[in-house]
Ligand binder design. Structure first.
Ligand code: NAD
Length: 485
């Protein structure tokens, strides 16, 4: 059985306490590898290694840092199949998805930030007759990156790459539920010649490793992606220590479909935005609002498509949905389906577990589920389920749909379908979300600010926003003339 190791000070090592936890393949419901159950002792060693490495890494010409990061990207690309298989096995997602989205995006994250840093410039503010301000941006030192299980390597590298590019050293923790590709990344970093201590990857539970990273006084910033509740816990510890915080949290995104939309495009994209990655993408549109004149037509066409969507084991080339990530997560999703019935909803499609045969009989599969007839204020429409479950709700006016769309504590993303340009802009302007897609979904430009409002988070990732986060500005003024004081 594979035993994953920590990557500390350039080496693959056991946790100090020698404790391991089981890693389960969700497609079979079976243990298939062991993960270090590290604790604060391992974090301490990693922080010391990082502090030591910082002097060299932060002073290295950025072209050289960039070259090392590009080498990491090349190695992931060369080992694409190994990464794809590992991601799919660890997470339960169809192999086709890991191949099309997860791993290519991890490569892009490294390439993007390795080259972005070469174009990153600081500002200067000239004061006529007085002098000039120039702002230098310096790396923070040792930073902590903590990521979730839904897009494991994709989100892990989305944090690590800008942190490293900006000259920081990193102590990072992937989700204990999906640690395998982070382990493969450790090997790629060693082979790419990443200097020791620059990146440290520590495996283990959130309450042990994540907590130790959050509390460590030498860690200057925490970049976290995960649940809103965990984000609150992290903020309550890190904010009084005056750490920089970037929190990418949960969502309950509205998908607003107006009667004047391009029906076929709205329909096929809504199938993806509802159920891609088993609905376990923070950007999935889980509340679908449909304008009354097309409600019945859309409902029928959508349900027909959902009924034909194949749920299967991840290596089945026809699988559109694979397994959800864990038994406890499957139970949570099914409990929300039960709750929907109690709250007066009607299940139009799905609503049950799927039992596959043979080696996959103990896997965690759920049919894509469509529910109607729920009040917008009920728990199923307000709480994040993070699974293949959507609700559909009719609306009559723009005001009404915006009121419903904006009624949750969340504000991550929103999707709007209409051919009326003015209406599209008007609705996009007032919908409470950090990211809005009009007549599309999940089109990503890595330069754009990424993040949410309200309980969906604090701060933005992406592009220069991420490089701003991982650097500290210092403004220096130099007097040139007598008009200043
Ligand atoms: P989670 O909050 O349970 O865990 C995320 C990470 O935090 C894991 O690595 C975990 O071990 C760690 N952690 C847990 N407790 C901790 C603690 N006390 N201190 C420090 N670290 C701790 O989230 P999850 O279940 O892995 O992921 C699903 C959630 O992530 C959903 O809510 C989803 O919406 C959210 N998410 C958000 C985005 C975004 O960009 N906004 C992207 C993907 C996922």
């Amino acid at each position: 059985m594979i035993k994953i190791k920590n990557y500390i000070n350039g080496e693959l090592i056991d946790p100090k306490n020698q404790h391991y936890i089981d890693n389960i393949d969700p497609s079979r419901g079976k243990v298939y590898s062991q993960i270090p159950s590290s604790d604060k002792e391992d974090v301490e060693i990693a922080v010391k290694a990082s502090e030591k490495a910082f002097e060299t890494w932060s002073n290295m010409p950025k072209e050289q840092r960039s070259d090392i990061m590009l080498k990491v990207a090349d190695l992931i690309e060369e080992r694409m199949d190994e990464f794809v298989i590992a991601e799919s096995l660890d997470n339960g997602k169809p192999i086709s998805l890991a191949k099309a989205v997860d791993i290519p995006r991890a490569v892009s994250n490294f390439k993007f930030f390795a080259t972005a840093i070469l174009h990153y410039a600081s500002e200067s503010h000239y004061m006529e007759g007085v002098g000039v301000n120039y702002t230098v941006r310096k790396p923070l030192g040792v930073v902590g990156c903590i990521s979730p299980w839904n897009l494991p390597l994709y989100l892990f590298t989305w944090k690590i790459a800008p942190a490293l590019a900006a000259g920081n050293c990193v102590v990072a923790k992937p989700s204990e539920i999906t640690p395998m590709t982070a382990f493969l990344l450790s090997k790629a970093c060693i082979d790419a010649g990443m200097p020791k201590g620059v990146l440290n990857i520590i495996h283990g539970l959130g309450q042990n490793v994540g907590d130790a990273i959050t509390r460590h006084p030498k860690i200057k910033a925490i970049s976290f992606t995960g649940g809103t509740q965990t984000g609150k816990t992290i903020a309550s510890i890190a904010a009084p220590m005056f750490k920089k915080l970037s929190l990418e949290l949960g969502g309950k995104n509205p998908n607003i479909i107006f009667a004047d939309c391009d029906f076929d495009k709205a329909l096929s994209t809504t199938l993806r935005s509802s159920f891609a990655n088993q609905g376990q993408i923070c950007l999935c549109g889980s509340r679908i609002f449909i304008e009354r004149p097309i409600y019945d037509k859309f409902k029928q066409a959508f349900v027909a498509k959902v009924n034909k969507t194949k749920v299967s084991y991840p290596t089945d080339p026809d699988a559109r949905l694979g397994a959800v990530v864990s038994k406890s997560h499957m139970e949570k999703i099914l409990s929300y389906i039960d709750l929907a019935k109690e709250e007066g909803g009607t299940i139009l499609s799905g609503g049950t577990q799927v039992f596959l045969e043979g080696e996959y009989e103990d896997g965690y599969y759920i049919r894509p589920t469509v529910i109607e007839g729920l009040d917008y204020k009920c728990r199923v429409n307000q709480e994040e389920i993070f699974g293949p479950v959507v609700t559909i709700t009719p609306f009559d006016t723009e005001e009404e749909v915006l009121m419903m769309a904006n009624s949750t504590q969340y504000g991550l993303s929103a999707t709007i379908w209409t051919e009326n340009l003015t209406k599209a802009h008007r609705v996009a302007d007032v919908v409470q979300a950090g990211i809005v897609w009009i007549n599309s979904w999940l089109v990503r430009d890595l330069r754009t600010p990424f993040g949410g409002v309200k309980a969906s988070g604090v701060g933005r990732e992406g592009g220069f926003e991420a490089l701003h986060f991982f650097t500290e500005p210092k403004n220096i003024f130099i007097k040139m003339g007598e008009r200043g004081h």
